[in-house]
Design a protein around this ligand. Structure first.
Ligand code: AMP
Ligand code: ZN
Length: 462
């Protein structure tokens, strides 16, 4: 079955065929680096990571760009609040973002362009838009002239009148039309800025993505993604700039948008004080648990973040890793690590991760049932194949059970290790009564010891 994707542009599922099967191109709007990413921000990163992995499974080369917005009024304000230079603030949160995403098993994109490294190209594109009559300079700003682009509003299906009536646009007296948006704005002396034909200033946010997508992937790309809050105005404006700057060539053939994440059924927002940062959550839960929660709902549906969802995801992963631990001694013996057809069919159906996860659950049930080594081997290879495409099961089972943060009845890792060392000392002194007592004490607290020639390891009983 071919890969089908829901295209926001046509509001329908369409068969996906890349323009060039030897090089699939995808661009996803990345973070503005002025604070810690919250778990809602992680949703597009994880969802499009699954798509990246799936595309790589199907095609020999996928060029995936996810940008870093490192110049923006929010960063300027954060730097002023902290009394720190803007570059330092941006670098700090970029580093944390990368670490957080790696902990969620999000692969690095092929390129991670930074807006500040592309300002000359942005100035170039503005020049082209002015020359072709789609932009004008006014009062130190350069604005895109929305009336000049007949297709404006096609992605979001809004008319110019709707936009103005819905007050989704900023009114300013230097604009010809209230819907005109900023390509370039002036910087005061204490603000970061670049010299340009329109004076010292900085680029508008929408322009950054148009320029970086073209620079790294080409004028027309296969897939452009982001959260559904970006459809308007961000993606609508990206289309206007790119199509007019490229003499009519489309920016992207497929537009994909993930639904929003809520917390306890309420929108996650700073003003409500219910922001959960990925960084905080990683202090309490393994990254794979967080990733799994993000994949339990179909990407276009809303997803409610809750303690129950986290507990359920941990139990699911405990079950999968327990099965893999049982299969530990089974070598793959050259078997191809390939996901089964049913799993691929689920993901090929507009990234149906809930269905793909139920295929994994079935494979675990089968693996727990079969007796022959050949069956176990085939199921292990299939499970690991699924793990590779969905970005789960990336740990060794022992590592999982030691680091899963599962209930250890109040004992932390160093206390467990100390008890294991005491037990080893007791054994070496042939004090087996003490050694057994320590084993039983740990068992009573849900810690199972496994004695191997290379030493004793432990895992949380589940
Ligand atoms: P921002 O840094 O605010 O531009 O957001 C980065 C990405 O996260 C964008 O693709 C947003 O659409 C997405 N995003 C922000 N909040 C949420 C949320 N609560 N649920 C899902 N996606 C979100
Ligand atoms: Zn963008």
């Amino acid at each position: 079955m071919p890969l089908t994707l829901y295209n926001t542009l046509t509001r329908s599922k369409e068969a996906f065929e890349p323009m060039d099967p030897d090089r699939v191109t995808m661009y996803v709007c990345g973070p503005t680096v002025y604070n810690h990413a919250h778990i809602g921000n992680a949703r597009p990163a994880v969802v499009f990571d699954v798509l990246f992995r799936l595309l790589r499974h199907h095609y020999p080369r996928v060029d995936y760009a996810r940008n870093i917005t490192d110049i923006d009024d929010k960063i300027i304000k954060a730097a002023a609040d902290q009394g720190a230079p803007i570059e330092k603030v941006a670098q700090h949160y970029t580093r944390i973002y990368r670490e957080d995403m790696a902990a969620l098993n999000v692969l690095e994109p092929t390129v991670e362009p930074h807006a500040t490294e592309h300002v000359a190209d942005m100035i170039d594109m503005i020049g082209k838009l002015i020359d072709s009559g789609h932009a004008y300079a006014a009062d130190g700003h350069v604005l895109f002239d929305v009336v000049s682009f007949a297709d404006y509003g096609r992605l979001s299906r809004r008319s110019l009148e709707d936009m103005v009536a819905g007050a989704r646009v900023e009114v300013a007296d230097y604009k010809r039309h209230p819907g005109d948006f900023v390509l370039w704005k002036p910087s005061s002396d204490d603000q970061p800025g670049w010299d340009s034909p329109w004076g010292r200033g900085r680029p508008g946010w929408h322009l950054e993505c148009s320029v970086m997508a073209e620079r790294h992937l080409g004028e027309t790309i296969d897939i452009h993604g982001g959260g559904n809050d970006l459809i308007f105005p961000h993606h609508e404006n990206e289309i206007a700039q790119s199509v007019c700057g490229h003499g009519g060539a489309d920016l992207a053939r497929f537009w994909l948008h993930n639904g929003f994440l809520t917390v306890d059924e309420t929108k996650m927002s700073k003003s409500l004080g219910n922001i959960l940062t990925v960084h905080q959550l990683l202090g309490d839960y393994p990254g794979e648990v967080l990733r799994l929660v993000l994949l339990t709902a179909h990407y276009r549906q809303p997803l409610d973040w809750s303690d129950e969802a986290i507990d359920q995801a941990r139990r699911t992963l405990d079950r999968i890793y327990r099965c893999l631990a049982e299969l530990n001694e089974i070598g793959l013996d050259g078997s191809a690590v390939e996901p089964p057809e049913a799993f691929l069919a689920a993901l090929d159906d507009d990234l149906n991760t809930p269905r793909a996860l139920s295929v994994i659950s079935d494979l675990v049930s089968q693996a727990n049932r079969v007796d022959s080594v050949a069956d176990k081997r085939a199921l292990k290879a299939a499970l690991l194949g699924c793990g590779r495409v969905i970005g789960l099961m990336q740990l060794d089972p022992t590592e999982w059970f030691q680091g899963s943060g599962a209930e250890t009845a109040g004992l932390d890792e160093s206390e467990i290790e100390a008890l294991i060392a005491n037990r080893a000392a007791a054994k070496s002194e042939r004090d087996f009564a003490t050694a057994d007592r320590i084993r039983d004490e740990l068992a009573a607290r849900g810690i199972v010891l496994e004695d191997r020639p290379e030493g004793t390891s432990w895992r949380v009983e589940s």
